[in-house]
Design a protein around this ligand. Structure first.
Ligand code: ADP
Ligand code: ZN
Length: 746
């Protein structure tokens, strides 16, 4: 087996000096990632875990749902000569994984009790003949003598344990047969063992490692942060009316889950949605299993966008494009809440998580607890208390959630929860953005809503827009500097600032007297839609709306057609993000289509042509040309356009000798706010005395040097890579400060 090491650019390469068994092709993990999976770069920890696997080091990885665990063993499986066996407890998950692998052209199969006799026999023969790279098996199937004998006749290179927390009786999902996997591992000592789970308390982690005889250093703990999820809690007044209002705001094709505490609530909300014309289906334990499976499939296969469900729904659901999770009732604890919202946005695109909170719900939950096993009630009450405390908190919801799972979160605000958005200080100069938006509202006579205005600003070729002749306006296509998502964020602020008055009945926006004043030159200070702190913005805040929505719909239909033909869910053909990019950059050749997110070699070959044809057709009809796709390394939002007066004032005060603590006291703002002003000042090209900034730091000289080196290596655009490079030992407050020092010196 070749030995692998990580290159400076983060790629994995075979070690040149060790040439053991000849390998079929000079493939590296990064090449497989690009060519087979169609992704440009690894997510955090993926490269490290793959590196470990290829070097035959047993590994335990704790990574939240949606962080990309599968790739961590699928890529090594493709590089190994022999077979990789994946133990997985859920039949639906196995089927889904194998189906997705087939769509990528990877030979994979599963063995479990759902197979009929003939298929089972054929699969066994194919395994013996070495036709598969990956074999998924239920634990009870794996433990059978026949299976073990079969495996001894193959070259077993890796044994993967998915949902590894099932090994531990301390976990919430203990399965005794999982414990016996330890014996299987001993029987195949040359196979590397990889264990994955999305939930494990320290005690469970310890238990997994002990049972499997793992060493500590091979444990990877990913951050539980899911920066693309927007978290929000609203007081519950009328659950049904609030659910209806929420889904009305969203595009009708968007997938979402509405969680309820009871079957009755599921039925009521489903009925109300259907009555209002929405395509929704129910899912709860009181339904027969056939209907349940049919409803679940309708959701997975994009036939029905809205699933109204009790917590019975969601286990084993791998659907990547769930755009919202709405809790109509209070979950019983933070663990459940985290697991349920975890089903949203697994593709890394923005997703919305809203929880409706009423004190009545707390009371109902308490009643439920009182009917449980008395021995467990105290713990359940305590966990419910935590949940309520979380929901009622006024500070950053994300930080609180991370703290609950034992992570020290960054001290800054996250921008992606209701509380952070409300309390953040308004500091950036938004005058130009406001003028663009307001003038567009004015020129269209105050008869349109925010979405339409944004389409004009971003130069959309939307049919309605063209019918209105809005492509002829002077404000057409002058707002490319912000994405759709970002303009929505700005528009909300303009409404809050009273520059615009919304008409709730017609969903339109009108200019107010204050708005008129802005058009005459009155400055506007507010918050830029600017994701700081290295949240993986490239992926997470990626624009959800294609530049050419009509084409997007055409491509979506083609995808549905192909999916129906092949009996795949649509996302297995191409995920939404791929279609969004197609309908934005208009790739018209295989070469440029290959650059699009999620388009690997096989998918290009199999499905590329019909999509290219449709794009060509659309471009011909509309006189459009292909556009260059920006590389992912470039952040999609520009730096703040102009410096706010506040930043200027702070910078001058600092230069004149005030320290940061002085400013905190005098101005009554947080330390972080001041550092952020100083940062804006420096980013705008001005200088500040670097040594004085250095005096504000609490880092040791050694740490300071390490931070500077990390900035030299990773650049200053994102703090997350720096934070990770320093193993989380330097907090974000310090990193913000040191970024300024680094920029001054650079
Ligand atoms: P998990 O098993 O951790 O819940 P998955 O393995 O199902 O997560 O991955 C979630 C989604 O992220 C999948 O759609 C997967 O294809 C995608 N994904 C995984 N790794 C990457 C990557 N490096 N770049 C882009 N997308 C990725
Ligand atoms: Zn927050």
């Amino acid at each position: 087996m070749a030995v692998w090491h990580i290159e400076e650019d983060g790629s994995l390469q075979p070690h040149a000096t060790v040439a053991n068994r000849p390998r079929p092709a000079a493939h590296t993990p990064a090449e497989i990632l690009r060519h087979t999976f169609g992704y440009p770069e690894f997510r955090p920890l993926q490269a490290d875990i793959i590196h470990n696997a290829l070097n035959r080091r047993d590994t335990l990885a704790i990574m939240p749902t949606g962080s990309g665990k599968s790739l961590c063993y699928q890529i090594p499986a493709l590089l190994f000569d022999g077979l990789t066996v994946v133990v997985s407890p859920l039949i639906s998950l196995m089927q889904d994984q194998v189906m997705q692998l087939h769509a990528l052209g990877v030979s994979a199969a599963y063995l479990n009790s759902s197979l009929d006799y003939a298929t089972y026999g054929q699969t066994v023969q194919d395994i013996r003949a070495g036709r598969y790279k990956l074999l998924y098996a239920a634990p009870e199937t794996l433990l059978r003598d026949e299976t073990l004998n079969l495996l001894s006749q193959t070259q077993l290179d890796a044994l993967v344990i998915d949902e590894a927390h099932c090994i531990s009786s301390w976990g919430h999902d203990f399965r005794p047969e999982y414990r016996q996997i330890a014996a299987v591992r001993q029987r195949f000592p040359s196979a590397v063992c990889l264990a994955f789970t999305a939930t494990a308390t320290p005690r469970v982690q310890q238990d997994i490692k002990q049972t499997l005889h793992f060493r500590d250093e091979n444990e990877f703990l990913a951050s539980f942060d899911r920066p693309n999820l927007f978290l929000e809690v609203l007081p519950k007044r009328d659950a049904i009316a609030q659910v209806l209002a929420f889904v009305r705001e969203r595009p009708s094709t968007e997938s979402g889950i509405i969680y309820c505490a009871t079957r009755k609530q599921v039925d009521n909300i489903t009925a109300a949605l259907r009555h209002a014309g929405f395509n929704a289906l129910p899912y709860h334990g009181g339904m027969d299993s056939e209907t349940r499976a049919a409803n679940q499939n309708a959701f997975i296969y994009d036939k029905v966008p809205i699933m109204v469900a009790t917590i019975a729904f969601g286990m084993g659901i791998n659907k990547p494009d769930v755009r919202y999770v709405l809790h109509a009732d209070l979950p019983k604890d933070v663990e459940s809440y985290y697991q349920q919202i975890g089903r949203a946005g697994r593709d890394g695109l923005p997703a919305h998580c809203r929880l409706l909170l009423s004190l009545g719900d707390v009371f109902t939950q308490r009643k439920l607890i009182e009917s449980n096993d008395p021995a467990e009630q105290a713990g359940q009450h305590a966990r419910l208390d935590e949940m309520v405390r979380w929901a009622q908190a006024a500070d950053c919801r994300r930080n609180r959630l991370l703290a609950y799972f034992g992570e020290t979160a960054s001290p800054t605000t996250c921008d992606q929860c209701d509380n952070c958005r409300q309390t953040e200080h308004a500091t950036a100069d938004l005058t130009i953005a406001a003028q663009k938006f307001l003038s567009c509202v004015k020129r269209t006579g105050g008869r349109f809503g925010a979405s339409h205005i944004i389409k004009i600003l971003r130069g959309s070729r939307d049919k309605k827009l063209l019918q209105w002749g809005h492509d002829k306006l002077s404000t057409y296509n002058i707002g490319q500097e912000f994405s759709n998502h970002e303009w929505q964020f700005l528009a909300q602020q303009f409404v809050q600032m009273d520059l615009l008055e919304p008409d709730l009945q017609y969903q339109t926006l009108k200019l107010t007297a204050e708005g008129e004043a802005v058009l005459k030159g009155k400055p506007v200070a507010g918050r830029l839609p600017h994701w700081e702190d290295g949240s993986p913005r490239k992926e997470s805040a990626a624009d959800l709306s294609p530049r050419h929505p009509e084409l997007f719909e055409v491509l979506r239909r083609k995808r549905a057609e192909l999916a129906a033909e092949l009996n795949y869910p649509p996302y297995a053909i191409f995920p939404d993000r791929t279609l969004i990019e197609m309908a934005t950059y208009l790739p018209q050749s295989p070469a440029s289509l290959a650059n699009v997110h999620g388009v690997g070699e096989l998918k290009l070959k199999r499905y590329g042509e019909p999509f290219i044809k449709l794009i060509q057709w659309y471009c011909r009809n509309n006189g459009l040309a292909e556009e260059a796709r920006p590389t992912t390394a470039v952040p999609s939002s520009p730096p703040p356009t102009s410096l706010s007066p506040r930043a200027l004032q702070m910078a001058q005060a600092f230069t004149n000798g005030r320290t940061i603590p002085d400013l905190v006291r005098e101005q009554g703002v947080k330390r972080q706010t001041i550092i952020s002003h100083l940062g804006d000042y420096v980013k705008a090209g001005h200088k500040l005395p670097a040594e004085r900034l250095q005096e504000e730091s609490e880092l040791t000289a050694e740490q300071q040097a390490a931070v500077m080196t990390a900035f030299d290596t990773h650049g200053g655009d994102y703090l997350r890579p720096i934070y990770d490079a320093l193993q989380g030992q330097v907090d974000y407050d310090e990193l913000h400060l040191w970024r300024i020092i680094w920029i001054i010196g650079a």
